[in-house]
Write a new protein. Structure first.
Length: 380
């Protein structure tokens, strides 16, 4: 029997490579990117060059030909250093690439997967002003016009939008059919009638862009319908189930980063003539934090390995996302307390991790939505 957290030689080498990259290349840029609320373009190029934006894309399309668990490892290790960078890698791999790999036809895969592996950032455009937890209350409309569709509407809260060149975008092609009219489209940034609008000024994850999208008679060729007309709801549900595991990995990484900073500071900070790590009260806090991080990691790893094994994982994905978002916020808060007064200053990294953690209970399904999913699976 193999423990969940045991890594094969290949997995361990991959994790160590990503960890080294995150610490050597991402870490020096964290403060600058957070202050400017812009992801460094040179760093983005390096992320592509290392193959981290096409981990599961088959080698025939220029990707790494890896598995979902490797995506989780990469997201976790990057997020332990900078969760904003973790979001960029997460969105690309767990929802955009996955959606096209699973639902795209041969022509779509041949056209877009090589771009996504080599230099094109992807974004996933589902949310709208009136469509958050009620994901299928979409107002964006798609009107069939011969050899193209005309899309009209407005999307909100779209991660990676400022950098993205390709959007997996959902609109309703048959409003009278309700959610069964929702259709997924592959929308290129340069399409007529498409515009990336306002960029949000956020509390956390500031280097990860979050923007609105404006569709004003956006013309999308018929061949850019992803999957079948009216099957967008199925694509969205299945893709987001996997995406929640990625969010769980983000939050485990964030919590591990916070725990690491707290442990290091506790060893260095001296009070009453000794390191505060020798005080039982501090030791107990660190022990609780470590236990919660490991529990969340086990949930995330289990969900990811179930997915790779082709076994049911929806309940486990919801549990992983729910619990990881809860402990990330808690551990980041405790890390600040271990630091004392300096913990709330921008001179120490835990302040940023605390800000970054808050969104975890909200995006890609709020905590209440995760609980609802778990309950439905439990009760049948």
């Amino acid at each position: 029997m193999t423990p969940l957290t045991h890594l094969s030689d290949e997995e361990a080498l991959f994790r160590d490579t990503v960890r080294r990259f995150a610490r050597e290349r991402i870490a020096p840029l964290i403060h600058e990117m957070d202050e400017a609320a812009v992801f460094n373009r040179g760093l983005l190029r390096e992320v592509f060059d290392l193959g981290l934006m096409g981990i599961e894309i088959p080698e025939e399309y220029g990707g790494q030909g890896g598995n979902f668990f490797q995506c989780v490892l990469a997201i976790e290790e990057i997020s332990a250093v900078d969760p904003s960078a973790g979001v960029v890698v997460d969105v690309q791999n767990t929802i955009v690439n996955n959606a096209i790999t699973r639902w795209g036809d041969d022509a779509q895969k041949a056209k877009y997967l090589p771009r996504l592996a080599a230099g094109t950032v992807g974004a996933y455009a589902l949310s709208e002003a009136g469509s958050g937890s009620d994901a299928f209350a979409l107002a964006s409309a798609a009107r069939e016009c011969g050899d193209y569709y005309s899309l009209t509407g407005r999307k909100l809260w779209i991660s990676n939008a400022a950098e993205a060149g390709l959007f997996v975008l959902f609109a309703n092609a048959d409003p009278e059919a309700g959610y069964k009219g929702i259709t997924a489209f592959l929308v290129e940034r340069g399409f007529s009638g498409f515009e990336v609008g306002k960029k949000e000024d956020k509390l956390g994850l500031r280097a990860s862009s979050t923007c609105e999208l404006i569709l004003d008679d956006c013309r999308v060729p018929r061949e850019n319908v992803l999957g079948e007309r009216g099957k967008g709801y199925k694509i969205a549900i299945e893709t987001l189930n996997e995406g929640r595991i990625g969010i769980g990995a983000q939050l485990v990484g964030l919590a591990q980063g916070a725990l690491g900073h707290a442990t290091k500071y506790a060893r260095e900070r001296r009070q009453f003539g000794k390191a505060i790590s020798t005080f039982q009260g501090v030791q107990f806090e660190l022990a609780r934090m470590a236990t919660e991080v490991e529990a969340a990691r086990l949930l995330v790893y289990n969900a990811a390995r179930l997915r790779d094994a082709g076994l049911p994982f929806v309940k486990e994905a919801a549990m992983a996302k729910y619990y990881a978002s809860d402990i990330a916020e808690k551990v980041a808060s405790k890390a600040i307390e271990v630091h004392g007064g300096v913990g709330v200053t921008k001179d120490y990294p835990v302040e940023k991790l605390y800000r970054d953690a808050k969104i975890g209970r909200i995006y890609e399904g709020t905590s209440n939505i995760q609980l609802l999913t778990i309950a439905k699976k439990l009760l049948g």
